[in-house]
Write a protein that binds this ligand. Structure first.
Ligand code: APR
Length: 322
């Protein structure tokens, strides 16, 4: 028997939390790759030196060479650059697509049997590029966004209603951007529709709708809200937790139903494109996309999101990456 091996490509803010959570949960041995010399070695040494205190039997290593990821079962990718002042969207897309292409080649060559979870933004484009360059089957290449977006949506609902977030089920579909689709109609607290609970709380359907509209808007802009407060970077604890939930579902064959960026082939009337949808995540990666019926309004919002992702993919084509 061997412990699973988890490779982290990118040892920045999210990469660091991924390494620590993997160790704390004893998900597998960790190798952190980064282009910055010594940094991944230092970060993993630091986390590893807490092994006695935290009580984990996990090996952590840092590397600056792709050879170090050989034999990895799961690869989680956070490599990329944040947008700097003065940088256009195209500049950022070109930079990050260039990085992603390099990373995908490294994974293809050194971890050809791995399952790949992409976190780097713009997510829907980066996952698509990862699939194209590695040539891996689509069940082995997917992206993290929906677990976090849905967790944010659920947290805001729980905070508004004053109930445990453990009892809230709320789902966000679509691309990872302003057009994402928080599904209000399906949101519930242990089965009780959230809208009904809000109407009871306020005794007024209009007020309940107003409150929910604000929650939806906050969910869509949640990434920006954190950036605005941090000022020096973007969210990193919650994206790491979200990707760890996906990794755990995969390594422990949990068959969890998680919203992930998955490749669609006809589901939700979308063909040959990555999009955020609920899917069964188990030992074979994205095992099945779970289809929900959408009403006209929800369908329109999803169409809008599909258009936004298509636009992003067209930009990638125009820039020569797809
Ligand atoms: N190969 C490997 N790693 C790289 C490369 C490359 N070609 N280029 C940059 N990196 C590394 C950087 O050295 C840095 O350590 O990627 C890491 C990114 O870390 P941070 O800048 O701290 O970013 P983080 O907050 O972790 O977010 C990473 O996830 O949520 C998304 O939008 C976010 O795209 C961003 C990504």
């Amino acid at each position: 028997f061997k412990r699973p091996k988890i490779a982290l490509i990118g040892g920045g803010q999210i990469g660091g939390v991924l390494a620590q959570l993997s160790a704390l949960r004893e998900l597998g041995d960790v190798v952190m790759f980064d282009i910055v010399e010594d940094m991944p070695q230092g970060k993993t040494l630091d986390i590893g030196e807490a092994s006695r205190v935290d009580g984990f039997d996990i090996e952590l290593k840092g590397t600056n060479e792709y050879k170090g990821i050989e034999g990895s079962d799961v690869v989680i990718v956070t490599a990329g650059l944040p947008r700097k002042p003065g940088m256009s969207r195209d500049d950022l897309l070109t930079k990050n697509a260039g990085i992603m292409k390099q990373v995908a080649e490294g994974i293809r060559d050194y971890a050809p049997d791995s399952y790949v979870i992409v976190i780097s933004n713009p997510l829907d484009a980066m996952v698509t590029l990862m699939k194209e360059v590695t040539g891996f089957p689509t069940n082995r290449v997917f992206g993290q966004a929906g677990v976090l977006d849905s967790s944010r949506f659920s947290s805001f609902i729980a905070w508004e209603l004053g109930v445990s977030v453990k009892d809230v089920n709320a789902l966000v579909l679509g691309g990872h951007g302003d057009t994402m689709v928080p599904l209000v109609r399906y949101a519930n607290v242990n089965g009780a529709p959230v809208m009904e609970l809000l109407e009871r709380k306020y005794g007024d359907a209009n007020k309940a709708k107003e409150v929910m509209d604000a929650i939806v808007e906050r969910t869509r802009k949640a990434g920006g809200e954190v950036v605005g407060l941090l000022k020096t970077g973007s969210a990193f604890y919650s994206p790491a937790s979200a990707a760890i939930a996906m990794t755990e579902a995969l390594l422990r064959d949990q068959k969890r139903v998680l919203p992930v960026c998955a490749f669609l082939q006809g589901e939700y009337n979308v063909n040959d494109m990555y999009l955020g949808v609920p899917a069964i995540i188990g030992g074979d990666g994205v095992e099945k996309v779970v289809e929900l019926s959408l009403n006209e309004e929800e369908g329109k919002m999803l169409d809008n999101s599909v258009e936004a992702v298509k636009k992003l993919l067209e930009d990638m084509k125009r820039l020569g990456f797809l």
